[in-house]
Design a protein around this ligand. Structure first.
Ligand code: BGP
Length: 491
């Protein structure tokens, strides 16, 4: 038998721009996610071409109010379906529901002096619905959908004033939901700014032509760290029971072979992500990052008061997403490329690949748990793990997603094994996807992650009808075991 603590948070995870829809009703302003569309003419493995848009594409988004191609404007209409969805998830037996707050539902332009009451009402209604079923909310404050107004009229996260606009937004919603929400994540995958600066921080490259764009990215990164520290400070001061997490994109990186050069390369690649959790957990910039800035002539402004703010307001836990692993090699000539979320690396011949080129590595989630425990010795929270697949609906209106059951079964088995053997402190596990939703990197609906199928295609056509997949009943059975789970369930 595997044993988990009574308060272990089995759940599911979502984000506002991928599920809510209702992009321009009840006072919501336009976000950067509303400028992203499915681009069938572009290979979806080239997420940068799809989502790192230029000013011309933004202008098109501003004028095109009708086309259903802007997938994240419609999501899966959770805004109007949330009671039905929460009821079905409660019936599945979840104990936690991760969601994010659409900043522009609260402050439509980011600079508004008063919050949008209908936005506040929506999220209060949502957490009350969760409370009805004794489901713990895990709330991400910024999940790739900052106000477009701050991109067009400020320099997005490169502008230090955005820190205080974010602080106003975050503290307003924290106060509003304080009776119901204990777990807060200021930024989803705070490390992702280096891979997709627009989707993560509203940075449009052609608006910084006279600057070193890498320097713009790292200065914006610093502003997000400061914003995050201000939220830690606020919660610790006003709500001592609240816990604030640092969230990173955790991909396990293996050396391509035992050549010490490749071992060193894999350590360097992992440090590119660890730098973010180092800063948020250890409270200061690691020397290796400062040395890299020096060598690459990257200069960022770090006022003296920032140094103490970072040091005195570190995160309480480490949340992370895990999907896949990659290999690292110094010389990649002739080696096949493999993807892990929006990270790329060298293909691992020991592992299978999904239809979107992400390799499936259950042991990698256990390795990640051990690595993070050994580096930080802090509570951990798996807030995303799942399989994106092109599910097919049968004529009997069923989805036989055994491939997703196998993926989740293998990964959860490793998580429970790690809990049993590796001395980790794990707060919970959330699958990525509750219902199907819009893919963050490709803006596709057909890259499905949910336990609940949604009748919608890549072009916004469909009834939004919900249908339970085979995996729904599998996860329901797992959650039904409570805190003693038979090991043979995973055979
Ligand atoms: C993570 C994001 C999620 C989610 C997930 C799956 O990086 O935090 O928002 O989208 O990736 O990726 P995708 O939707 O691109 O398949």
């Amino acid at each position: 038998m595997y044993k988990v603590q009574d308060e272990f948070l089995w759940g599911v995870a979502t984000s506002a721009s991928q599920i809510e829809g209702a992009w321009n009703i009840d006072g919501k302003g336009m976000s950067i996610a509303d400028c992203l569309r499915y681009r069938p003419e572009i290979d979806v493995k080239n997420y940068k071409k799809v989502n790192e848009v230029d000013t011309k594409e933004i202008q098109q988004a501003l004028t095109d109010k009708e086309s259903k191609n802007w997938a994240k404007r419609y999501g899966v209409d959770f805004y109007h379906h949330y009671k039905e969805d929460i009821a079905q998830l409660a019936e599945m037996g979840i104990k936690a529901f991760r969601f994010s707050i659409a900043w522009t539902r609260i402050f439509p332009n980011g600079v508004d002096t008063t919050p949008n009451q209908k936005g506040l009402d929506f999220y209060l209604g949502l957490v009350k619905e969760l409370k009805k079923y004794h489901i713990e909310p895990i709330v991400t404050l910024s999940h790739y959908d900052m106000p477009l107004h701050l991109v067009l009229n400020y320099d997005a996260w490169y502008d230090r004033r955005v820190i205080n606009m974010y602080e106003m937004f975050a503290t307003t919603i924290i106060d509003h939901l304080s009776e119901y929400v204990k777990f807060w994540i200021p930024f989803n995958e705070i490390d992702s700014i280096v891979r997709h600066p627009f989707a993560s921080a509203g940075l449009v490259k052609d608006r910084f032509e006279e600057r070193n764009f890498e320097e713009v990215i790292y200065q914006s990164m610093h502003h997000q760290f400061i914003a995050s520290s201000l939220i830690v400070k606020y919660c610790h001061k006003h709500y001592p029971d609240m816990q604030v997490g640092s969230m990173i994109t955790k991909t396990t990186v293996y050396p391509y072979n035992s050549d010490p050069q490749n071992v060193l390369q894999s350590l360097k690649q992992m440090r590119e992500v660890y730098a973010f959790s180092d800063i948020q957990i250890r409270g200061s910039y690691p020397e290796y990052l400062l040395k890299r800035f020096e060598q690459q002539q990257i200069h960022i402004e770090i006022p003296h008061e920032d140094i103490s703010l970072l040091a005195e307001n570190t995160a309480d836990f480490i949340a992370f997403s895990y999907y896949s692993s990659v290999c690292a090699a110094v010389d990649t000539d002739g080696l096949k490329v493999s993807l892990a979320n929006t990270t790329s690396g060298v293909y691992n011949r020991f592992l299978p690949q999904t239809e979107w080129g992400w390799q499936i590595d259950p042991l990698g989630i256990r390795i990640s748990l051990i690595e993070l425990t050994d580096r930080y010795n802090k509570p951990l929270f798996i807030v995303e793990n799942g399989l994106g697949a092109a599910d097919e609906l049968t004529e009997e209106n069923q989805v036989h997603d055994k491939y997703r059951i196998d993926y989740l079964s293998q990964h959860i088995n490793q998580v429970l094994c790690s809990l049993e053997e590796d001395g980790i402190n794990l707060l919970g596990y959330c699958t990525w996807g509750a219902t199907d939703m819009i893919s963050a990197s490709t803006n596709q609906m057909s890259k499905r992650y949910g336990f609940i199928y949604v009748d919608l295609d890549d072009f916004g056509n469909g009834s939004f009808r919900r249908l339970k997949k085979d995996s729904y009943f599998w996860y329901q059975k797992l959650l039904g075991f409570g805190n003693e789970i038979p090991k043979e369930f995973f055979l």
